[in-house]
Structure formats: structure tokens, C-alpha cells
Design a protein. Structure first.
Length: 185
């Protein structure tokens, strides 16, 4: 297979389309972000990269907390809206039914099927963006989006982002840590 070079860029084939929640000056605010992933298993940590200029970054810095809210495919329009308008210019505090968990100052979007409540563990200035590494304090999940007490991707139907478009996941291609056992030796 012939390869071509396409230049240096922060490209991943698919990323979660999440809503980052933070109280900014005492009001819940949500911004869309796709640059997020797991950072550590034990203790459980996730991370998200946010441009320095974003209004939500101010809230994270102010409180030392944030939430990652997993949008479902049917929430594509509202998720995109939260990325199109800045909380500095538009009050987004009523876009979702906000609730608070253990931290009491990391707003979570009640309409999202999964909410990850985080305390800032570390911030890393990466240039155009700050990487916020958050220790997961609690995960809140809609009961009907779980199987055996764990979030179920098929029931959540998470919205994902790639190449300036939103996508849904599709079907499973095989069970991890298992399908490779069938690979010929």
C-alpha cells in the first residue's frame, strides 16, 4: 500500500464530541470539545485540551473542577451550538438542566447520558491549548444507559467527531482482549 505524507497536525481518526462543564463566575457553562481522552487508570483520570481564550477555561481555573458530559447522537445540534457560541457573549446556563455532584462546583448536563465529574489534577500549557488533566471523582450515568451497572456504549449512542463532522459509532468489530486470540500464530 502506497503511503503519502499529509503534514504534521493533531489528527486522530475519531474523537468523542463532549461538553465540558464549568462554573464561570457562579454560572454553569458548557463548551464543545473533541480533544479529550483517558489519561490514567489508577487513579482514574481523563484529560481535555482547551484553547487559552475559551470562556470555560476561566471557570476551570477559577474552581479547579470541570465535567465531561457525553453527548448522544440525538444531541448533535445542541452540542454543536455550545461550540458555536461563547459563554462570554451568550448565557448557556439554561441550555441544560445542570446538576452538581460531590464537588459541588462542576456543573453536569442532566440531559447527557453520562457525566464525568473531575477535580483538576494538573494543567499543562501545550501552546495554543491547555491540557487539563482531571481526576475522576464520580461518573453519573442514566440508569437506562447502563448494563450490569456500567455505561453501555450501544445504549448511550455517543456522538463522535472526525474531519469537521459528527458521526455515530456503528456496530462492534469484536471483543477487545479476546478477538486477537484467534489471530494465526
Amino acid at each position: 500500500m502506497e503511503k503519502i505524507t499529509v503534514g504534521a497536525m493533531p489528527w486522530m481518526s475519531v474523537m468523542p464530541a463532549l461538553l465540558v462543564g464549568a462554573d464561570v463566575k457562579g454560572k454553569p457553562n458548557y463548551m464543545t470539545a473533541a480533544w479529550a481522552t483517558v489519561a490514567c487508570m489508577n487513579p482514574p483520570m481523563v484529560c481535555v485540551a482547551i484553547n487559552h481564550a475559551r470562556h470555560t477555561a476561566r471557570g476551570i481555573e477559577e474552581n479547579g473542577t470541570f465535567s465531561l458530559n457525553v453527548s448522544s447522537v440525538n444531541q448533535a445540534a445542541v452540542t454543536d451550538h455550545c461550540g458555536l457560541v461563547s459563554g462570554a457573549n451568550v448565557d448557556k446556563s439554561k441550555v441544560f438542566r445542570s446538576f452538581y455532584g460531590k464537588l459541588r462546583n462542576a456543573p453536569m448536563a442532566g440531559e447527557c447520558p453520562v457525566n464525568i465529574e473531575c477535580r483538576v489534577f494538573r494543567t499543562v500549557d501545550c501552546g495554543s491549548h491547555v491540557l487539563y488533566i482531571g481526576e475522576v471523582v464520580e461518573i453519573h450515568a442514566d440508569k437506562d444507559c447502563t448494563t450490569d451497572g456500567k455505561p453501555d456504549i450501544a445504549k448511550i449512542d455517543p456522538l463522535v467527531y472526525s474531519q469537521a463532522a459528527y458521526w455515530d459509532i456503528g456496530k462492534s468489530a469484536g471483543k477487545a482482549f479476546s478477538i486477537g486470540k484467534d489471530y494465526p500464530k
